[in-house]
Design a protein around this ligand. Structure first.
Ligand code: AMP
Length: 403
């Protein structure tokens, strides 16, 4: 992607406002996973190296335009300070006279964390574009340059993720640059063969991804709950498995269009009953061929034969992109297929392939399997990486300055 990054412009001594994604899990004031804060460090360190005065902004949760203290970003400022080993000042708000005073007084090498931008409705008001722009202008007035490094929210056109770029020189940070380098290259200029692996529950969510990847990939593996609507389209009995009847014809078209390209599981782990609330099997798991799913059972994972088939395809690929689990990976017995795919991808990395995990559930599965370090890239954005795979333009990126 042809967008400028912080490495492309002169930032020496400038006051910079950076949109980070510090939407971290916080319980009783304690952060349980600081990965998103850690992911922003390369950009912050680069800016410190350029003697910038750094103003950070983010959202946290959904305070719905109200100043609710439980959505304060204060704990993230404390954590960032701990990680950097230097003070991070916390502002009482994200706009207004007091914030303006603090921003004005901020010196090179100092860091100021603004309060939650979603304390203001204008941040993400879909209906009021002018209100959003006016709010963005107030944020922009605090600095000389805008840096977007929040890939997790780059698919949203919000004031702080997109509209600020209309008022300042605007570039991406190193995290977004890395996402663009990996995801962009994998889809637009892959080393072939390019294999896409798609899974998850809802075929409806993945239609645009399948459409786009059928054009770009050499093989598209479809697993997880999604596979059963394809089975239905092929005329198989699918018992009580997930199925979206309204998309059976669409899947028929995909199968015709992608003949030889779409690969479905050849066997499945099925059970008569599964408790989705507590993620527990209520009856024993059985492995059956795709043509033999009993009418009283539902498919919950791919079987061993499918694992072998998918493994072979993965190990002969040069680029592999994965989005969506192969089964109900939240339960140990039905997580095996998903973990086996993660393992095969890790082996492919070892053989020199580029392996990319779209965010969300596949990223959690790779993390649960302890294989994050074995992948070329694990995306930090679930929704954002999905829209990227759909071939959509992400506002958080399209608003930035071209090279
Ligand atoms: P998605 O958000 O569409 O990527 O779906 C992720 C969810 O799909 C996970 O919570 C999995 O438990 C679920 N899932 C995967 N395979 C199946 C399946 N065969 N039946 C029901 N749910 C599934």
């Amino acid at each position: 992607m042809n967008k400028k990054s912080i490495q492309d412009i002169d930032l020496k001594g400038k006051k910079v406002i950076v949109r980070v994604d510090y939407n971290v899990p916080i319980k009783n004031g304690k952060i349980s996973d600081n990965a998103r804060i850690a992911a922003s460090l390369p950009t912050i360190k680069h800016l410190l190296g350029q003697e910038c005065a750094i103003i950070l902004m983010s959202h946290l949760g959904r305070p719905d335009g109200e100043k609710k203290p439980e959505f304060s970003l204060q704990p993230t400022a404390v954590e960032l300070s701990r990680l950097l080993g230097k003070p991070v000042a916390m502002a009482p708000d994200c706009v207004g006279p007091e914030v303006e005073k603090l921003a004005l007084a901020l010196k090179p090498g100092e860091i100021l964390m603004l309060e939650n931008v979603r304390y203001y409705k204008a941040e993400d008001d879909k209906k009021d574009k002018e209100g959003r722009k006016a709010f963005a202008k107030r944020l922009a007035s605090l600095a000389q340059v805008y840096v977007n490094d929040a890939f997790g929210t780059a698919h949203r056109e919000h004031a702080s993720t997109a509209n600020v770029a209309e008022f300042l020189p605007a570039v991406c940070g190193l995290l977004i640059q890395k996402e663009l380098d990996y995801l962009g290259k994998a889809i637009e200029h892959p080393v072939r063969p390019l294999v896409a692996i798609l899974g998850g529950a809802k075929v409806s969510d993945k239609i645009p991804v399948i459409e786009n990847l059928l054009k770009k990939a050499d093989k598209v593996i479809v697993g997880g709950g999604m596979a059963y609507t394809f089975y239905k389209a092929m005329g198989y009995e699918i018992g009580k498995s997930l199925c979206d009847m309204s998309l059976v014809d669409t899947c028929k078209n995909f199968l015709a269009e992608g003949a030889g390209k779409i690969v479905l599981p050849i066997d499945n782990k099925v059970a008569g009953d599964f408790d989705f609330k507590n993620m527990k099997l209520l009856t024993p798991l059985k492995t059956v061929l795709c043509s033999a799913i009993p009418a009283d059972s539902e498919g919950l994972d791919i079987g061993e034969k499918s694992v072998e088939l998918f493994r072979g395809i993965i190990l002969s690929a040069k680029t592999i992109v994965w989005n969506g689990p192969m089964g109900v990976f939240e339960c140990a017995e039905t997580a095996k297929g998903t973990f086996a795919i993660a393992q095969a991808m890790a082996e492919a990395t070892g053989k020199g392939a580029v392996t990319i995990i779209g965010g969300g559930d596949s990223a959690s599965a790779v993390k649960d399997a302890g294989l994050v370090e074995k992948m070329t890239h694990v995306s930090t954005g679930g929704g954002a990486s999905m829209e990227f795979l759909e071939g959509k333009t992400l506002p958080g990126i399209s608003f930035l300055n071209d090279k």
